[in-house]
Design a protein around this ligand. Structure first.
Ligand code: ZN
Ligand code: ZN
Length: 262
């Protein structure tokens, strides 16, 4: 549990958030089918209430393929309208349509609903990690689930095929930093080895700067005449050296493609 009735669960995949409430349990993201089965077992030990709502921060399989475990036991599944579209497109491409539980509710800009004392709001601030990522705010507990809009000291996946955009991502993070306050606890989709899956405004600012530094570095390398292959050989992002480990080619490649797109 993090604060009030809001907690987190993680086994494999993007961090799951949950709200235990008298009016029902709310879950944010579902990891994979096996993990969501474990989650359901654990939550049933903590609460006798029904599963009221499952929210997906976005469509990626490490956040939504566990949805299927909630089939028949959850009242509603909710995500941004683009997240639902992306989930349908990628399930079709991977021929996993029979393993999906799609959102039956979607929204475009903002969505809010009361759950007793708690007020749950979803915000869509534009393209970032994909074109369908939501911030989920449990207002009373003041906890914001960021999904994959924040990778804490870990190189992010940038899903350009699903509408990701790094320049826009910076603005998305700025909007969140302005919207939520200093006491907010943020939940991150993923973190680097030795780093927490929760944090504060400072962590959001650092990640926003990391995205900016990645674009800046890539742009200067392009101007210096470097090829994409050469740029991908970099081992750290100047100004954001805290981001270590594997996967640096993903943001660098995405930055290159975004900056050279016609
Ligand atoms: Zn993820
Ligand atoms: Zn993702």
């Amino acid at each position: 549990m993090l604060r009030n009735d809001v907690g987190i669960f993680t086994e494999k995949g993007g961090t799951i958030g949950f709200l235990l409430h008298k009016s029902g349990i709310v879950v944010v993201d579902s990891q994979f089918p096996e993990q969501s089965q474990h989650l359901i077992t654990e939550l049933k030990k903590k609460s006798e209430q029904p599963f009221k709502l499952l929210i997906n921060t976005h469509h990626h399989g490490d956040h939504s393929s566990g949805n299927i475990s909630f089939k028949g036991i959850v009242e509603h599944v909710l995500a941004h309208e683009n997240s639902k579209k992306n989930q349908e497109v990628s399930a079709k491409a991977q021929k996993t349509e029979d393993k999906q539980l799609y959102p039956d509710q979607t929204y475009t800009d903002t969505w809010c609903e009361k759950a007793g004392k708690e007020n749950i709001c979803l915000y869509y601030y534009g393209a970032g990690h994909t074109n369908g990522d939501s911030f989920i705010h449990f207002e009373h507990a003041n906890i914001v689930h960021c999904g994959d809009l924040v990778f804490n000291r870990r190189h992010p996946y940038v899903d350009r095929g699903a509408g990701a955009n790094m320049k826009s991502w910076i603005q998305v993070l700025d909007k969140a930093i302005n919207k939520f306050d200093k006491k907010t606890i943020y939940v991150f989709g993923h973190s680097g080895t030795g780093y927490e899956i929760t944090g504060n405004t400072d962590d959001l600012e650092k990640f926003r700067d990391y995205i900016g530094n990645t674009l800046k570095f890539t742009e200067s390398e392009i101007k210096a005449g470097k090829s994409k292959d050469d740029i991908l050989k970099a081992t750290s992002i100047p100004g954001s050296e805290e981001w270590k480990g594997d996967g640096i080619q993903r943001p660098l490649g995405a930055a290159y493609d975004e900056l050279t797109a016609k």
